[in-house]
Design a binder for this molecule. Structure first.
Ligand code: GAL
Length: 707
């Protein structure tokens, strides 16, 4: 055990921090038990292996002064951790963790498996992944490994186990990130053989597989499992979906291989996560999340500026993976290096983006990266300090954020997001539509966001969850583009409506079954009876089509389904105007009350005004109340609920200053004092807390606020 270092030996940075009142944890020796981490963490990705150790403390001191309380370390450092097979060197990593701890900074350890050392792939070339054209990846970039290769898994498990044994009980290590951004598949013959075995386990017999994929079509019939190819683009829809499910299961088992040794050797309080990528659809994130403790994602805007709806939906999507608070493991300090134009976010936008993340349930916001490596592929990426090791202009904004997170942490501790409205999201459906868009502009994520945006603005809180998730807590469940509907999901949705919920199906819903085959009944297949209506025909649109009815007069674009009602209780909500003749005067949206529940089908991709009116109708009919109350356009409200009250985070994304009158007096967490109204500049943020310390839950919170 090293002795406790006296404060005076810690330099100016520590003294400054002490004056800021942030000092309590820092006087502790790094190997003594660490104090509990703050509720909301500011973090950064740090690569000590890229720097001389003599530089480490200067960087950590600057982090400390910015209020950084977490570094993520190690995820690309395999060649440093294991310079030759079986020769492990983790001492430097231990020293890095200790150095950070002395500055009161916790560590999240990344297993280094996205970047295998050159000796490894040279000695075991079968560990390299193969691209679609049969070429093996090379050393010199990352992600060159084959995710299905047993030898790679053996070596990955060994390094993860070494790390876990060494650091699994380290009080300053908060948890683990396995690998980094799972992405690249491998199309080598051994992986193909695994896929064929996977199919055998799923389908049992070739007769069954042939029938369910309708391989009589184009003489696709398989007579032996070994004849089944890997197809990723234009292939049999049953085969395409199966490959994606195999990829998802393979990432899950790839992850489990490391997770088992991390868990076996770690203090159970340490979380295990991986950093996912928002809307990325390379695998089914619900499958891969199952074994994790925490969901985390890397939130990059790239070119342009933050779109609060699309980005907010990605936060809500990530929160839905474990249905609890999540982390932003990486986000851009200003700009990236990989977009076409790597513009910087505006002054104030980085802070607004961070609070927006917290509002949606993030408990950590961590910047990638602290300082650019002097060489390597990402020299131009945004950082918090420059190549000279001194702060860049954005540092001050992040420092403000660090102080604010520290201040707001106690109010936000134990709070989480709860919603009355859910949107259903399914990778199967997104893939199925992507493979057969039918209208080249039909983007399933854009479709989801077209519903999300107005529904989120009205409800001020919304969950995004898979179609088999429990639904009874929701007043309104909306399924935009639920193209593939499994029998289990159909049962879940029918039960939800029968129990009194309102289910809204968006265009292209329930066309396919679990094998990506057409449903034997017209859309919405197993839900048509409940709806008392169906889709007679779908039309890809070149020109917009007028629609009118309960949602006002507007236009349908990209897609229009001609609906019919076959039950006297089924009501027509919207009708098409003059168009291709087939659609003229025909139903575009229908609804049917079922006991206390309701089912609605919207067959057209409505324009923004139409969607806004549709969202208003849906929420009104379902009794959904805004979580906070009226706010000016462009101001986002994000509630987080706890046993002792509600915290509302308000962010002004509009182009002008906005004054928001509060529904009742609220405590201003950042500025202090009780407020009846707040004025926010562009990108301004307010964190407001209910004064009552009573438990608050959705449905009762509006009462508490007196509206
Ligand atoms: C992420 C990746 C990081 C870094 C970053 C740059 O996708 O995880 O390692 O490359 O992008 O934006």
């Amino acid at each position: 055990m090293r002795s406790v270092q006296p404060l005076r030996r810690r330099g100016l940075g520590a003294v400054v921090a002490a004056m800021l009142g942030l000092m309590a944890p820092f006087v502790m020796e790094s190997q003594t038990p660490a104090p509990p981490p703050p509720a909301i963490l500011l973090g950064t990705a740090w690569y000590p292996e890229q720097w001389p150790e003599s530089r480490w403390d200067a960087d950590l001191a600057l982090m400390q002064q910015a209020g950084v309380r977490m570094v993520r370390v190690g995820e690309f450092a395999w060649s440093r951790m294991e310079p030759a097979e079986g020769r492990y060197d983790l001492d430097w990593l231990d020293r890095a963790i200790r150095a950070a701890a002395r500055r009161g900074i916790y560590t999240v350890l990344g297993t280094p498996t996205p970047a295998p050392p050159a000796w490894l792939t040279q000695k075991y070339p079968e560990t390299l992944r193969m691209d679609k054209d049969g070429r093996l990846a090379e050393h010199g970039n990352r992600q060159q490994f084959n995710f299905a290769n047993p030898k790679y898994r053996e070596l990955a498990r060994a390094i993860a186990e070494q790390m876990a044994r060494r650091f699994g009980r380290d009080p300053w290590v908060l948890g683990w990130q396995i690998d980094n951004e799972y992405d690249e598949e491998s199309y080598d013959p051994a992986t193909k053989a695994q896929f064929q075995q996977w199919l055998k386990a799923r389908y049992g017999t070739l007769d069954n597989l042939n029938a369910r994929w309708t391989t009589a079509y184009w003489s696709e019939t398989f007579f032996d499992w070994s004849q089944i190819p890997i197809q990723t683009g234009y292939g049999n829809p049953g085969l395409l979906l199966s490959w994606k499910r195999f990829v998802s299961d393979t990432w899950r088992s790839y992850q489990k291989n490391q997770l088992e040794v991390l868990r076996a050797n770690s203090d159970p309080k340490k979380f295990i996560t991986t950093n996912m990528m928002g809307w990325f659809d390379g695998y089914d994130h619900y499958t891969v999340s199952q074994d994790l403790d925490l969901a985390a994602w890397d939130d990059y805007v790239g070119q342009g500026h933050l779109d609060p709806a699309r980005n907010g939906a990605a936060h809500d999507l990530t929160r839905g993976f474990k249905r609890k608070n999540f982390w932003v493991m990486e986000t851009q300090p200003g700009s990236v290096n990989w977009a076409s134009i790597n513009n910087s976010l505006n002054k104030g936008e980085v802070r607004a983006m961070a609070w927006h993340a917290v509002g949606h349930g993030a408990d950590t916001v961590s910047y990638w990266q602290w300082r650019s490596a002097m060489n390597g592929q990402e020299q131009y990426h945004g950082t918090l300090v420059g190549a000279d090791g001194t702060p860049v202009p954005l540092y001050a904004e992040v420092q403000q954020l660090g102080a604010e997170f520290a201040k707001a942490g106690p109010a936000l501790a134990g709070t989480s997001v709860h919603s009355e409205v859910a949107i259903l999201h399914s990778y199967d459906s997104r893939w199925a539509i992507e493979w057969q868009r039918h209208n080249g502009e039909y983007n399933p994520v854009a479709e989801l966001v077209s519903y999300y945006k107005p529904l989120r603005a009205i409800s001020q809180s919304l969950d995004i969850i898979p179609p088999t998730a429990p639904l009874s807590q929701y007043k309104l469940v909306v399924a935009p583009g639920l193209n593939v509907l499994s029998d289990a999901a159909a049962r879940n949705l029918i039960e939800y409506v029968r129990q009194g919920g309102h289910l809204v199906l968006g265009q292209r819903s329930a066309m396919k079954d679990d094998d990506n085959s057409l449903q034997p009944a017209r859309q919405p297949g197993p839900l048509a009876e409940l709806l008392g209506g169906r889709v007679e025909q779908y039309y890809a649109l070149v020109d917009a089509v007028p629609v009118e009815g309960k949602f006002g007069a507007g236009q349908a674009r990209l897609w229009a389904e001609l609906l019919s009602a076959n039950d006297s209780k089924t009501e027509v909500l919207e009708t098409y105007g003059a168009s291709n003749g087939w659609l003229d005067g025909q139903p575009a949206a229908i609804t049917r009350q079922v006991g206390k529940g309701r089912i609605t089908y919207i067959g057209a991709w409505l324009d923004d005004a139409g969607m806004a009116n549709a969202a208003k109708w849906m929420t009104d009919v379902s009794g959904v109340k805004p979580a906070f109350g009226t706010v000016p356009d462009g101001v986002e409200v994000d509630p987080r609920y706890g046993d002792h009250g509600t915290v509302f985070i308000l962010v002004n994304f509009s182009k002008a200053e906005q004054t928001i009158s509060l529904p009742s007096a609220l405590e201003d967490v950042l500025e202090g004092g009780a407020k009846q109204s707040v004025t926010l500049p562009v990108y301004g943020v307010a964190v407001l807390q209910t004064p009552r310390r009573a438990a608050v839950h959705p449905g009762t919170h509006s009462l508490l606020l007196g509206h």
